[in-house]
Design a protein around this ligand. Structure first.
Ligand SMILES: Nc1ncnc2c1ncn2[C@@H]1O[C@H](COP(=O)(O)OS(=O)(=O)O)[C@@H](OP(=O)(O)O)[C@H]1O
Length: 970
């Protein structure tokens, strides 16, 4: 054998799989080289498709080419030495071969007819699959869609046991309040946790947040913290994550806490910790209870005969083990203790003695009502009992309303791809399910969001489904989605209006109502972060007044989703029910069917109904076709809610739902604009041309009359710093974060700053001296500009008050002209409104420590720089150099060359020529008479506590104490 190939004498040679060729060479072979086979006298058969022996084919020296069974594959030509054999992979050759194989075969056999028949069958199946109806074929092989089989009394249709299958509604009425206690409504919950990260502590906090219950957490150290702050009526209930910590309190602390609880009618909740060791019959210190730890239990049920259950309904027995061996159980010694929940040992027979797992101490022995849990909050039933316990222990001051409004949206009507849309059977099933749900939930109607562009774009029976939906137009509520399901943030207002108009015309043509006042944006795009053209177009074309989104403030954690109102459009929080466009089949559910069932039976979906008085759920068309998972899910969860709670479910249309929502949660109407760049989902639905670089990097926040305009002017001189564009109403100040401008949204705010591409300045900033004392401002700034640095200037608060008074006189303020400074600052709360208002504007901003503390609740001190305004006035170069360092601004700007003291003005001014300066206008550095001695004295006293606090604060923050402050404190 040579390197190039094979040199053979007399032999039979088979070369298989050369390139894409099966080659049999029979006979005398000369030499095989890389290009092919060089044959002397031979018989050659070529089977299959030849590849690249050489680019032209197989070079033959001499001989014939034959088919597998001596059929001529090629024209029956004798190939001459040197002639190339054409490649047999060329299409005509395949075709030739196939036709010869199927019809032209002289030796047709029964095998060939079978093959031919199989071929025809495959073609027909393919045709049916692709062109006709894979839905009908799939339905032949798939199981029937799952149905909700839940029966109250035994969880998930299991064995029904326990005494309370048909429990009666047993709402407790809170004991009457004693008027002398003056208990506050809406009190907080005080939670004592083991550590910051402990599991039950977190669960407690999450439930409280989800239910919008205010709370304070104290981490238990060696001593009991927070007891000194136990002010009257502040707390409605106290919770010990580990009840044993309460029992272990030293007598002094225990007495202090117990006294507070008794005096202010505050109840206590406690959880027994999970124990590794098994204890049987251990007495609980000071209480008529014995505990048994490390218990494995099963078949949990509730004692319906107790005064605590209000939200929770004793729905039957939860058959089977619940938490394995993590339970502690209680043996009760005193009749004033009542079992709430009980279960049976899981390792023994059902007839074994029942164990108490949650008990109520009615407080008749020591005046302190308590609810004790033998296990943590992982078990869903305990989450319900937790809410009941809070309401009971707080004498109803932590409210527990039972009304629940649920609305289910079906997005993407007509949009889904072929194969996952609704057939007529699915539409019938939807109607039947709706009827069943109406029996359980008054007013239930599915709310259908359509995109007309995709009408009749499914398989034939799905197109029939489309038509059937329209035949039943009046059975549902309808809302316009978007004509082509495009994301609004990518469209201009004109484009949006065209899209919406098309969808509206579709609606009118098909008698779909257009007056729901509700709409949804595909992928929630444009709702939040706000795309103003969407709001404008919605109002114009559809008169939209309500929408909903799952993005405000963020998708996760879901329990924090809230609503807001923007430009009179109410945005409701939208909840997810665990179904997405791709969850079409139960057996393909992510994590398996159990995950969905757990969510329904006490898990996330169930809890979302319990915790939210008003819920609007998102589903999609695809959840109603094939396995119709949405029907299964909602029928099941509604049954479960009705079984285990006393909640009164109902459904109303979106507009009423939104009105209910903001009536109930008026505080949520005001939006808090977050930073879109802090959430990658928000970035995906924010217009591409927008950038967080168009937002300021630092703010001068005031207060007014402390030299903020001088500071603003000096900063704007710096080549790397750029101030906001002036406002036609408020001049150099934007005043966005306080007052009404905030409701104009961040697009409005960003217009005060250059588009990054058009500006070389790296440091954008704005100065609004009104920000300093605004209650809501720090929170708003933090949400939009979390990394911003903040600059505060302070001068003597008395001087500031006096400067403001003269500022108002200079602006011909009627009250300031009518009343003396003394009258203003000493005005009582019964003085005319205008006087009180002016008094407050004079005095309140000067309570520096209080305001700075509020900013420090939202920003770290490293982001805040406090400037002594007197120093800014007397030595601005020093102050500006210091400020440049704090802001980290490059290049360093030498203010010595650019600021000069102007004798005529009496202030430092900007150098504009060798002996020319540009000073601030007449409104800054006014001349007015000195303050009366009596007013000086009055203000010194008035500000004393605030100044003391300021001195402490500045020292704590490592600032030198300004000389004016020292003087004020003398
Ligand atoms: N360089 C320079 N030029 C002019 N004025 C200066 C300067 N530095 C500090 N000040 C003091 O600034 C006071 C006005 O403060 P604001 O600019 O914060 O006032 S405002 O809130 O913007 O109206 C103003 O208060 P009045 O003296 O009461 O007018 C000045 O005392």
């Amino acid at each position: 054998m040579k390197r190039e190939g094979v040199s053979v004498g007399q032999m039979k040679l088979s070369v298989v799989g050369v390139g894409q060729m099966k080659l049999s060479v029979v006979g005398v072979v000369g030499q095989m080289n890389r290009e092919g086979v060089s044959v002397g006298q031979m018989k050659l058969s070529v089977v299959g498709v030849a590849g690249q022996m050489n680019r032209e084919g197989v070079e033959l020296l001499d001989g014939n080419v034959w088919g597998e069974d001596n059929q001529n594959l090629l024209p029956t030509t004798s190939y001459q030495p040197g002639q190339n054999l054409p490649l047999v992979c060329r299409p005509w050759r395949l075709w030739h071969r196939a036709t010869r194989f199927i019809i032209g075969s002289r030796k047709a056999s029964w095998r060939r007819y079978i093959l031919l028949a199989a071929f025809v069958v495959i073609i027909i199946i393919l045709y049916l699959l692709i062109e006709s109806s894979p839905r009908s074929i799939m339905s032949l092989v798939r199981n029937h869609p799952p149905e909700s089989v839940f029966r109250c009394g035994g969880d998930g249709g299991g064995k029904v046991r326990g005494p309370t299958g048909n429990a009666t509604f047993h709402p407790h009425l809170p004991p009457p309040r004693s008027p002398e206690n003056k208990l506050r409504d809406d009190p907080k919950v005080l939670v004592f946790t083991e550590t910051q990260y402990s599991k039950t502590g977190k669960d407690i906090a999450n439930i409280l947040v989800a239910n919008r219950i205010n709370y304070k957490t104290e981490v238990l150290g060696r001593s009991l913290p927070g007891l000194t702050n136990l002010s009257r009526g502040k707390y409605g209930a106290v919770i010990f994550e580990n009840f044993e910590r309460y029992l272990q309190l030293d007598p002094w602390n225990r007495e202090l806490l117990d006294k507070y609880l008794k005096d202010y009618s505050v109840g206590m909740m406690g959880f027994m910790p999970v124990r590794e060791d098994t204890r049987v019959g251990t007495k609980l210190k000071g209480l008529p209870l014995y505990i048994h730890t490390n218990m494995a239990l099963k078949n949990v049920s509730l004692n319906s005969d107790n005064p605590m259950l209000h939200l929770t309904r004793a729905g039957g027995t939860i058959v089977g083990p619940v938490l394995n061996s993590d339970w502690t159980t209680f043996t009760i010694e005193d009749p004033t203790y009542i079992p709430i929940e009980w279960a049976y040992p899981s390792l023994t027979d059902f007839s074994e003695e029942r164990q108490n797992t949650v008990v109520l101490d009615q407080g008749q022995l020591d005046g302190i009502p308590r609810v004790l849990f033998g296990a943590n909050l992982e078990f869903w039933l305990h989450r319900l009992l937790f809410l009941d316990a809070l309401s009971y222990l707080s004498l109803g001051r932590i409210p527990l309303a039972l009304d629940r409004y649920i609305l289910v949206d079906i997005d993407d009507i007509f949009v889904a791809r072929k194969g996952i849309r609704m057939t007529t059977d699915d539409v019938m099933a939807l109607l039947e399910s709706q009827r069943r749900l109406q029996e359980m939930v008054p007013g239930w109607r599915f709310n259908l969001g359509f995109s007309g562009k995709y009408y009749q774009r499914g398989y034939p029976e799905e197109n029939d489904g489309d038509k059937m939906l329209l035949d039943h137009v009046e059975d549902f509520w309808w809302f316009g989605h978007m004509w082509g399901h495009t994301q609004p943030h990518e469209l201009t207002q004109d484009e949006l209006e065209i899209q919406m108009q098309l969808n509206k015309e579709f609606a009118i043509k098909h008698d779909i109502p257009t007056d729901s006042g509700y709409s949804i944006a595909p992928h929630h795009s444009g709702v939040y972060p706000v795309h103003e053209p969407l709001y404008t177009a919605w109002k114009k074309v559809w008169n939209v007044r309500v929408t909903s989104s799952e993005e405000y403030p963020h998708l996760y954690p879901a329990r924090l989703r809230r609503g807001f109102i923007h430009r009179n459009i109410m945005v409701l929080p939208r909840l997810t029910c665990g179904l997405f466009t791709h969850t079409v089949f139960i057996d393909k559910y992510p994590g398996g069917r159990k995950v969905l069932d757990d969510s329904i039976h006490g898990g996330e979906l169930f809890q979302s109904i319990v915790y939210n008085p008003i819920s609007i759920y998102m589903t999609h068309l695809s959840n109603y076709g094939n396995d119709r998972l949405a029907l299964y899910t909602f029928e099941s969860v509604v049954k479960f809610v009705k079984c285990w709670t006393n909640l009164k479910l109902q459904t109303v249309p979106p507009l009423q739902l939104a009105e209910q929502y903001f009536h109930r949660f008026p505080d949520e109407a005001d939006p808090i604009w977050g930073n879109p760049c802090a959430d990658h989902r928000h970035m995906q639905i924010w217009a591409k041309e927008k950038s967080c670089d168009q937002l300021p990097k630092f703010l001068v926040i005031g207060p007014q009359k402390t030299g903020t305009t001088a500071l603003y002017t000096f900063l704007a001189m710096h080549p790397a710093i750029l101030a906001n564009y002036p406002s036609p109403e408020t001049f150099e100040e934007v005043q966005f974060f306080n007052g009404k401008n905030y409701y104009k949204g961040i697009d409005w705010y960003m217009k005060f700053f250059p588009v990054p591409a058009n500006s070389s300045a790296k440091f954008l900033f704005e100065k609004s001296a009104t920000y300093f004392e605004g209650d809501v401002v720090p929170r708003r700034v933090r949400a939009l500009l979390p990394a911003a640095k903040l600059v505060i200037t302070i001068i003597s608060p008395s001087k500031r008050a006096y400067s403001w008074y003269h500022h108002m006189r200079a602006h011909s303020d009627h009250t300031a002209l009518l009343y003396t400074f003394h009258q203003v600052i000493t005005a009582s709360d019964t003085a005319p409104r205008a006087v009180r208002s002016l008094r407050n504007k004079c005095l309140v901003p000067g309570m520096y420590a209080r305001h700075i503390e509020r900013w420090l609740n939202h920003f770290p001190s490293s982001q805040i720089n406090i400037i002594d305004g007197e120093e800014l006035r007397s030595d601005p170069v020093y102050v500006m150099n210091d400020l440049q360092r704090f802001l980290g601004i490059q290049p360093f700007y030498n203010y010595t060359e650019h600021l000069r003291f102007d004798k005529r003005k009496g202030f430092f001014c900007q150098v504009v020529g060798e002996d020319r300066t540009k000073c601030l206008g007449r409104g800054k550095g006014r001349i007015y008479p000195a303050m009366n001695e009596s007013d000086v004295k009055y203000l010194k006293e008035f500000y004393q506590p605030y100044n003391i606090a300021l001195e402490k604060l500045l020292t704590k923050l490592d600032y030198p104490v300004p000389s004016w402050l020292e003087e004020n404190l003398q």
